[in-house]
Write a protein that binds this ligand. Structure first.
Ligand code: XLS
Ligand code: NI
Ligand code: NI
Length: 438
């Protein structure tokens, strides 16, 4: 492996166990260790993301980028090629088996769509070569239909039909690139699909346009034979005041209304969950219970800052409870994985900081997986939940669930039943139990 952009990392990061003092080693992520019948690598399906790791220079609303990114060198197209080399060196050294990208991350946008697409073709060919050389695979591709000023009022929900057409052209091409690279799935994040003020917004028309657009995407997917599922990535706000793909629940309703359930799952991002006023655990659990778990953008927010800070996931409660749900789902059955949609802080300026960040995130999820597996194997939490609803397993409860009961029979039952007390929820005991696993 040629050490070009990450010279301090001599070879692939290895598992050295918890006694190791080497900061460039995994303490918990042991790719080939078997947990509940599958290797950690198979369970976790880690992906590196192009936009933050390779293209994010650390800019914030108050200042430009701060980061040293030696790969952004030469002409625009040279820089794009160097960046692809850097990405694959980075993925290989971190032993990340997958990657994710937006069309505009990997190749520069030109003056015309034709030239932009040619740029993309050139870089996709290089990416394909790098994939073949390394065995690293594409988890998902997506479209950036939010940065270009033409998308200021939305893409498929823009009041301009020409913008709708441009968004379609972009998704069409990005889907083709994803297919060319063998991507597992394709993501839709509605970057500006929302509104700033209702005073100028035809809410119904915009949502109908979004539903139409996604149906057109399904038509095209069938036409080109793209096998992977589509995943919507819910986010309640930012950059818009209100986004239509608010959270898992509202996406679920949207997908049902527009007849899209068969083709879509969700890509849940931790920080988007918290922006929506939910926990990461809640959003994942909602997906598992409704057959919607596609993929995960593994990051974390800062509750004190309150915006999409995209930090690396370090909280073991989060990783354990989320992996508990992923295991309950039988894994990433739609072909998704854990994509580090996370960025190092603005003051973390060296390429090596990216390496530390990913080691930390991978170890946090590996620990989460081990904790979750133990929780499943013991079955203590599953038993508590099962027992709590056991009144629905027989008698009147079974009649309710099977649809046998009606209001008259229920009223008759209530008249002859005195409720002395409803069983305790035992929340504190359960929290103690959870801490014992950590
Ligand atoms: C932004 C989103 C974005 C998506 C892909 O908040 O997380 O990065 O993951 O468009
Ligand atoms: Ni994301
Ligand atoms: Ni995000």
């Amino acid at each position: 492996m040629s050490a070009t952009y990450f010279p301090d990392v001599k070879g692939p990061i290895a598992y050295e166990g918890t006694d190791s003092k080497n900061p460039l080693s995994f303490k918990h992520y042991d790719a080939n260790a078997v947990v509940m019948g599958k290797t950690m690598k198979e369970h976790l399906r880690f992906a590196g993301c192009y936009w933050h790791s390779m293209r994010g220079a650390g800019a914030d609303p108050f200042g430009p980028g701060t980061r040293i990114m030696p790969w952004e060198d030469g002409s625009e197209m040279e820089a794009a090629e160097n960046t692809m080399h850097a990405m694959f060196e980075f993925l290989s050294k971190l032993t990340l088996p997958y990657w994710c990208f937006h069309d505009r991350d990997i190749a520069p946008e030109a003056k015309t769509l034709t030239q932009t697409n040619k740029n993309l073709d050139q870089i996709v060919a290089l990416a394909k070569k790098k994939q073949d050389e390394t065995g690293i695979e594409l988890l998902w591709g997506t479209t950036n239909a939010f940065s270009n000023p033409r998308f200021m009022s939305g893409a498929s929900t823009s009041p301009s039909a020409d913008v709708f057409a441009h968004a379609a052209a972009q998704v069409k091409k990005a889907m083709e690139c994803t297919q060319e690279l063998g991507g597992s799935g394709y993501v839709f994040w509605g970057g500006r699909e929302g509104y700033e003020t209702l005073l100028n917004t035809d809410l119904k028309r915009e949502m109908d346009h979004l539903g139409l657009f996604l149906n057109l995407a399904v038509d095209y997917k069938k036409k080109i034979g793209f096998k992977g599922p589509f995943w919507i990535e819910p986010k309640p706000k930012e950059p818009t005041k209100h986004q239509y793909d608010f959270d898992a629940g509202s996406c679920h309703a949207f997908l049902q209304k527009y007849g899209l359930m068969e083709h879509f799952g969700l890509n849940i991002e931790a920080n988007h969950a918290t922006l929506a006023g939910h926990t990461f655990h809640h959003e994942i659990k909602y997906c598992v219970d409704n057959g919607l778990l596609g993929s995960i953008d593994a990051n974390a927010g800062d509750l004190l800052l309150g915006w999409d800070t995209d930090q690396f996931p370090m909280n073991l409660y989060d990783t354990a409870l989320v992996m508990y749900e992923v295991l309950r789902n039988g894994g990433f059955t739609q072909g998704g994985g854990l994509n580090f949609d996370a960025k190092v802080r603005r003051q973390s300026t060296d390429p090596i900081d990216l390496v530390y960040a990913h080691i930390g995130g991978m170890d946090a999820f590996a620990r989460g997986l081990k904790i979750a597996a133990k929780m499943h194997e013991d079955g203590a939490f599953a038993k508590v939940v099962k027992d709590r609803y056991s009144s629905f397993d027989s008698g009147i409860g079974a009649d309710i669930e099977s649809g046998k009961a009606d209001f008259e029979s229920l009223a008759a039952h209530a008249e002859k039943t005195n409720i002395e007390r409803v069983p305790s929820g035992r929340q504190e005991l359960l929290e103690n139990m959870l801490n014992d696993y950590l």
